[in-house]
Design a protein around this ligand. Structure first.
Ligand code: K1U
Ligand code: ZN
Length: 184
């Protein structure tokens, strides 16, 4: 039985992070393996969420675990075809990060509470009311499935500055890879 694999996380800008992902029509073993790998990749990063397009899979699957206390029981969640069925009028501002935009943070305002409906890995319909960090995280992850990043909420100048930094980061990482290969 394969075991879990940490998959590489795509860094912005990447055209795959800008696409609307397709709904999952049939849940297969490949999806179960993907979900396991995504949880492993998220915990290793470390992060509190991860969406399939961030590992190059353009399907509507996300994972999250917003339990922050290391003493507390973890709560790994897998959401397939998630849909927001209700959002509160009340909003909350949180300083968000993104594993596809390393070391960049910005305050983003979103509904404070949401109800979300999704399919679990067994294809059973689930619905839950999320608050606090869970609500912020699930909205950030569903945005990924619609090709949207948190920087898309920022003013164009701030967004451009962050994008330029990421272009440079990717270029530097690529140069390092090439140099490493040459050293053998
Ligand atoms: O989707 C992602 O890129 C993951 C992202 C999720 C997220 C963070 C903050 C607000 C909304 C959504 C992250 O996990 S970034 C890393 C992070 O926030 C974190 C990492 C370790 C401990 C606590 C937080
Ligand atoms: Zn993200």
């Amino acid at each position: 039985m394969g075991g879990m694999t940490i998959r590489p996380i795509l860094i912005h800008p990447d055209p795959r992070l800008k696409k609307r992902c397709a709904p999952v029509t049939e849940i297969t073993d490949a999806h179960r393996k993907l979900a396991e790998d995504m949880l492993e990749t998220m915990y290793a990063a470390p992060g509190i969420g991860l969406a399939a397009p961030q590992v190059g899979v353009l399907e509507r699957i996300l994972v999250m675990d917003c339990v922050k206390d290391p003493e507390a029981e973890p709560r790994p969640m897998v959401l397939i075809n998630p849909e927001i069925t209700w959002a509160s009028e009340e909003t909350r501002v949180y300083e968000e990060g993104c594993l596809s935009i390393p070391d960049q943070f910005a305050e983003i305002e979103r509904p404070a509470e949401v109800r979300v409906r999704w399919l679990d890995l067994e294809g059973r319909e689930q619905e839950e009311h999320f608050t606090g960090l869970w609500a912020t995280c699930v909205q950030h992850e569903i945005d990924h499935l619609d090709g949207k990043l948190f920087i898309d909420y920022l003013k164009p100048l701030r967004r451009q500055m962050i994008t330029r930094k990421m272009v440079k980061l990717k270029r530097d990482r690529e140069r390092e890879r090439v140099a490493e290969r040459a050293r053998g």
